[in-house]
Write a protein that binds this ligand. Structure first.
Ligand SMILES: NC(=O)c1ccc[n+]([C@@H]2O[C@H](COP(=O)([O-])OP(=O)(O)OC[C@H]3O[C@@H](n4cnc5c(N)ncnc54)[C@H](OP(=O)(O)O)[C@@H]3O)[C@@H](O)[C@H]2O)c1
Length: 270
């Protein structure tokens, strides 16, 4: 699996497992199954309600902890300096391990607490509690303010990104700032599975539409975190390293951008 370098020197696998909406009582089994298949990155969050299961899955997998990359996130109602420190301690207690990457889940501009939240995360990183810190759902002006006020650039911004919502401008800003783009809801609720550019690559390579789309994410230079609770689809989603989209395929995929979110608008959420 491709590995991406973060701006703090750490490394993150390009493809991992997202665990949003995986029921708490199934999370341990699915995480450990996925790690057994070769997944090295698991994307969790406090709000997903399954951090304990994630911790169990990590321990049950029989893979050295330093071979795995674990993300969790500070939820919207825990923003603010001291509240973030408390929320982090609670996540660590549920996980039973320090996460590798801590993210601010949403900027929540109406609260205007993301700078204080970020300062707490800088402290956690300086204390060695977490290796890397980043953000999620930040728009360009949120990133510029965060960096301008604190001088610390997030390693990664996890954003909604799929063929119907390609975030070209934000990806270009990330490239200029040295921030890895990580894509959530990467399969876009299957809305592009039947699209001609996806079907053409699938027909030529014998891959599924989901594999074509995940490969497209990796070739954009992004990290991508598809979710599945199905063993066959977990394996399918990991098997995207043995084929490529051509430059012409990538150009055809670019035409699918409809600027259409399937999730909330960060300007107004939280
Ligand atoms: N930061 C944020 O605000 C934010 C927001 C949303 C999501 N996320 C993260 O991003 C991760 C991924 O996003 P997501 O869970 O919304 O969506 P997703 O990974 O794009 O799609 C998951 C859905 O697609 C199905 N699926 C998975 N693999 C498939 C395949 N190969 N072929 C056909 N269907 C397939 C799954 O069903 P089966 O389980 O039946 O396979 C599930 O219904 C989340 O789990 C979470 O970790 C973050």
């Amino acid at each position: 699996m491709t590995v991406l370098k973060l701006n703090d020197g750490n490394r993150i696998p390009a493809l991992g497992l997202g665990i949003w909406q995986i029921p708490a009582d199934q999370t341990g089994r699915i995480v450990s199954l996925a790690i057994g298949m070769g997944y090295g990155l698991i994307d969790g969050a406090a709000i997903y309600g399954n951090e304990e299961g994630l911790g169990h899955g990590l321990r049950d997998a029989g893979v050295a902890r330093d071979q795995l990359f674990v993300t969790t996130k500070i939820w919207n109602d825990r923003q603010g300096h001291d509240e973030t420190l408390r929320a982090f301690d609670e996540s660590v207690a549920r996980l039973g391990t320090d996460p590798d990457l801590l993210l601010i889940h949403w900027p929540c501009p109406a609260k205007d607490l993301y700078l204080d939240t970020w300062r707490a995360m800088i402290r956690l990183r300086e204390e060695g509690r977490v290796k890397s810190i980043g953000v999620s759902n930040f728009m360009g002006h949120h990133l510029e303010r965060l960096i301008g006020e604190t001088g610390v650039t997030p390693v990664l911004n996890q954003i909604e990104l799929h063929p119907g919502f390609q975030q070209t401008e934000l990806r270009a800003l990330h490239d200029r700032l040295g921030i890895v783009t990580q894509c959530w809801t990467p399969l876009g609720k299957g809305q592009s599975f039947e699209a001609a550019p996806v079907q053409a690559v699938a027909a030529r390579t014998g891959k599924t539409p989901a594999q074509v789309i995940l490969r497209w994410h990796v070739q954009l230079g992004c990290s991508v975190i598809p979710r599945s609770t199905n063993a066959g689809r977990l394996a399918e989603n990991l098997a995207v390293c043995d084929f490529s989209l051509t430059d012409e395929d990538m150009a055809a995929m670019a035409t699918l951008d409809a600027g259409a979110r399937v999730g909330p608008d960060p300007l107004h959420f939280g």
